[in-house]
Structures are given as structure tokens and as C-alpha cells.
Ligand binder design. Structure first.
Ligand SMILES: O=C(O)C1=C[C@@H](OP(=O)(O)O)[C@@H](O)[C@H](O)C1
Ligand SMILES: C=C(OP(=O)(O)O)C(=O)O
Length: 451
């Protein structure tokens, strides 16, 4: 494959916290021994950006411990600072001086990078206050859907316009406050639309009732939003039908908040234990976490691994032969679809991953992209509208294109940790959520040459 056939990354979305953007490829070689380690993993992207935005909306000074320092959180902090919020960083600690629902800088241009959590969580927070801003994003973020969020906010009284053609970013937001009321919105394309509306809802003049029409993908991210809102003092509840959410007007109060490690990132390390018949223990993860990618542990058990969830740590022990021959719904933990696809290559029977049509709208069309990259390794897949079937095989050496998608790169690296000859183009793309991923892999005994 020539360098031209690798998708050109959108370098503007790579933040000062990214690494290796000048590298063409990561050349991987398998570990000579099973991986065996106790690890800590950086803070959850999802919790980091929720906590930053909610702390910025709160009255008073919040201290957030253990935040993720990656492209997605960089663009969140950058936007909040452009809105006049003081955020002081001290290592992985952020001190946020909340504006109490007022953005001190009332006009300007904000940039979400490639972060869905910034692009979908900021419009409501802007519309609830007073001012005029435009919000733009990376090339891919400007292709990803946003219309259901804009539609729902508009029903609550927001004035949000598409700055260009199509129902995508960029948008301009004329902040005039939110009225409140009862609205219907869909949840089948992205849970982030619901979360983005909920984060702003306590600042509406009247109570907000949200009815979700039909299924909600990755439902636990909505629960995570409600839990984070409540921790900052909001009055917000999920109804017993799990389709209706009630939010009463009550401003967020500043607080100290310790973030959990990112379970989506843990997934790659647990998968390494699974693949190499090794052992990985991730420390600092509370057993009652709401991060949905914990469901990977169930699948690893089904594949023959042993897992243990303790009060403050999770362990995975691998197996000599991964078990396949099953179908699994990815609806609630779809960020691990690519991890599962990589593991499936080494199972003893095909694995079918379903209910994940929405990941065609993530950092790339993840279903199409993983099928095309596995094909380069000589691995057979069947592509379905909502997922794929992966047939076990013996991967051939290949240069793989991560399609400017951190999860494609990290999942495909698992194959390179098992068999020789795998190279991953544009290794810098992992910075969206885990800038030091390659260093972490190298420390576990996987050969990583960045060039
Ligand atoms: O709210 C969140 O923090 C997230 C929600 C999910 O997105 P969708 O609901 O858009 O699939 C998930 O894929 C993403 O990584 C993080
Ligand atoms: C879908 C993802 O990100 P985003 O928050 O940009 O939607 C992801 O991290 O897998």
C-alpha cells in the first residue's frame, strides 16, 4: 500500500496534547511473553468532558482530579477558556472557576476538534446563556449528525442555525436562554444528543421533560450524564419507563470530583491479556462504574478468559485459545466493537457483532473501515448494515489505515501484538483519547517502532 492510499488525517484536530503526528507508521512486533502487568489508565473521556462543562456552568470553584489529557479534552478546555472560564491545570488536576450559567466572553468562534462530546454538549450550554457564538469541528465532526440535538434545543426555545448547507456543524448559536417544556427526541443515532440537552436543562426557566422515542443506543451514557449532573447538585431523574427524563431548574454547585479511569481505554489492555494468555490488572476503577464498556468483561468470559471485578481494580486473565462461535449485541457498548472484531480473528469460530449501525457515524464508518482493514490482513468478514461477522484466520503482514480513528488504530494494534508484520499508519490518531498508547504498549513488551 502506498502512503496515498491512507486516509489523510485532519491535523487541525490534533491538539498540543497529541504525539507522533510526524510519524508515518507504527511497526509492531508481538510480545515474546504473555503480557503481565498491573496498570493505571488515564481518566475517562466521557466523565472528563461532562465534569469540565458542568463545572464551568456551576457557581463556584470545582476541583477535578484525574482528568484525561487528550485531544478530546483539550478542545473542551480550549472552548471553555474561549468562553471566559478560568481553568488551571496542575498535572491531571483541573481547577475550574464556574460562571454560574453565564459565559464571561459573549461572542466568538469555538472549535470542537473531532470530539462528539464537545460538539454535542456545548450547543445547549451556549443556548441556555446569553451571547453569540459559532461552533465548528473537524472535517469528520462536520459530517457527523447533530440535527436531532439542534431540533430538540430549538423546541425548548434555542436559536441555533446551520452556518453552512446541511444539518451539520458549523452552527451559530444566539444564546437567549431556554424556555423549558416537554419535548420528544430520538435516541437511536447517538446518546450524546440526549446528554447534550440534559446538561443544559437545569438552566431552563421551566422544568424540562424529555421523552425518548424508540431505542436509545449506549443508554448508560445517559445515566452517566444524569449521575454527573446530580453530583453537581442538579435535580434530574430518569423515569421508571427508562424513556422519560425529568429535569427541574436548579443551578449546578461547584464541587471536588475524582474521575474514574477510561474503561474504553482499559479494553485494549484487557484484550491484550486475553490474546496473549496473559494477565492485566487495572487499578483505580470502582466496581460500581457506569461506564458501559465494562460489558467487554462479559464477552471475554464467554471467550474463555477469567475476569475479576474488585472494589478498586479489575483483572483479566487470558486463555490459550479464545472461544468464538457466537453473536453479541454491541448496542450498549459499541465503542468496543472494533476490539471485539480484532479478538475474533484469533477465536475458534466466527463472531457476529450486531446492533451497532450507529457506529457508521463515529470517527469513521467503523463497520466499513474494520472490514476493509481486516481484508488487507486476509481475514474474511461479512459486512452487515448493523455490524459484521469476523471469521478466524491467520493474518498476513500488512500496512493498515486507521481512517483517522483512534479506536481503529488501537484495536488493529492488538493484531500486531499477536502476529508479526503489522504496521499501523498515522499512529498519532490515538491522541483523541490516549496520546501515550504506543508507549504503554511498548512498556508491556509489544515491539513498537514509530517512524
Ligand atoms: O456520551 C459519551 O461520552 C459517549 C457516548 C457514545 O456515543 P454515541 O452515543 O454517539 O454512540 C460513545 O460512543 C462515545 O465514545 C462517548
Ligand atoms: C465515538 C467516540 O467518540 P465521540 O465522543 O467523538 O463520539 C469514541 O471515542 O469511540
Amino acid at each position: 500500500m502506498t502512503a496515498q492510499s491512507v486516509q489523510q488525517p485532519d491535523h487541525e484536530a490534533r491538539s498540543p496534547w497529541s504525539r507522533h503526528n510526524d510519524c508515518q507508521e507504527a511497526v509492531l512486533s508481538p510480545a515474546s511473553n504473555p503480557v503481565h502487568a498491573k496498570l493505571t489508565v488515564p481518566g475517562s473521556k466521557s466523565l472528563t468532558n461532562r465534569a469540565l462543562i458542568i463545572a464551568a456552568l456551576a457557581s463556584g470553584t470545582s476541583e477535578l482530579a484525574g482528568i484525561l489529557k487528550s485531544d478530546d479534552s483539550y478542545w473542551c478546555i480550549d472552548s471553555l477558556r474561549r468562553l471566559g472560564i478560568s481553568i488551571t491545570m496542575d498535572g491531571e488536576r483541573a481547577i475550574v472557576e464556574g460562571g454560574g450559567g453565564v459565559w464571561p466572553i459573549r461572542h466568538g468562534e469555538l472549535y470542537a476538534g473531532a470530539a462528539g462530546t464537545v460538539a454535542r454538549f456545548l450547543p445547549g450550554a451556549l443556548a441556555a446563556a446569553s451571547g453569540h457564538w459559532t461552533l465548528r469541528g473537524s472535517k469528520r465532526m462536520s459530517e457527523r449528525p447533530i440535527a436531532p440535538l439542534v431540533g430538540a434545543l430549538t423546541s425548548l426555545g434555542a436559536d441555533i442555525r446551520y452556518a453552512e448547507n446541511g444539518h451539520r456543524l458549523p452552527v451559530s448559536v444566539e444564546g437567549k436562554g431556554l424556555r423549558g417544556g416537554t419535548i420528544d427526541m430520538p435516541g437511536d443515532q447517538s446518546s450524546q444528543f440526549i446528554s447534550g440537552l440534559l446538561i443544559a436543562a437545569p438552566y431552563a426557566k421551566e422544568p424540562v421533560t424529555v421523552h425518548i422515542n424508540g431505542p436509545i443506543v449506549q443508554h448508560d451514557y445517559v445515566e452517566m450524564t444524569l449521575a454527573t449532573m446530580s453530583q453537581f447538585g442538579a435535580d434530574a431523574q430518569m423515569g421508571i419507563d427508562k424513556q422519560t427524563i425529568y429535569v427541574h431548574p436548579r443551578r449546578y454547585e461547584a464541587r471536588s470530583f475524582a474521575l474514574e479511569p477510561d474503561v474504553s481505554t482499559c479494553g485494549y489492555f484487557w484484550a491484550l491479556a486475553a490474546l496473549t494468555n496473559g494477565y492485566i490488572r487495572v487499578e483505580g476503577l470502582p466496581a460500581n462504574t457506569r461506564q458501559p464498556d465494562m460489558l467487554l468483561l462479559k464477552a471475554l468470559e464467554q471467550m474463555g478468559c477469567t475476569t475479576a471485578v474488585e472494589n478498586n481494580a479489575v483483572e483479566v486473565r487470558g486463555t490459550g485459545q479464545l472461544t468464538g462461535g457466537f453473536t453479541v449485541s454491541m448496542k450498549e457498548w459499541s465503542d468496543q466493537t472494533l476490539t471485539m472484531a480484532a479478538l475474533a480473528v484469533f477465536a475458534d469460530g466466527p463472531i457476529t457483532l450486531t446492533d451497532a449501525a450507529h457506529i457508521r457515524h463515529h470517527e469513521c464508518d467503523r463497520i466499513e473501515a474494520i472490514c476493509s482493514e481486516l481484508a488487507k490482513l486476509g481475514i474474511r468478514t461479512d459486512e452487515h448494515p448493523d455490524g459484521l461477522t469476523v471469521y478466524p484466520g491467520e493474518p498476513l503482514p500488512a500496512l493498515l489505515d486507521p481512517h483517522d480513528d483512534h479506536r481503529m488504530a488501537m484495536a488493529l494494534s492488538l493484531i500486531g501484538a499477536k502476529i508479526p508484520g503489522v504496521r499501523i499508519a498515522d499512529p498519532g490518531c490515538v491522541s483523541k483519547t490516549c496520546p501515550d498508547y504506543w508507549e504503554r504498549l511498548d512498556a508491556l513488551g509489544i515491539g513498537v517502532q514509530l517512524r
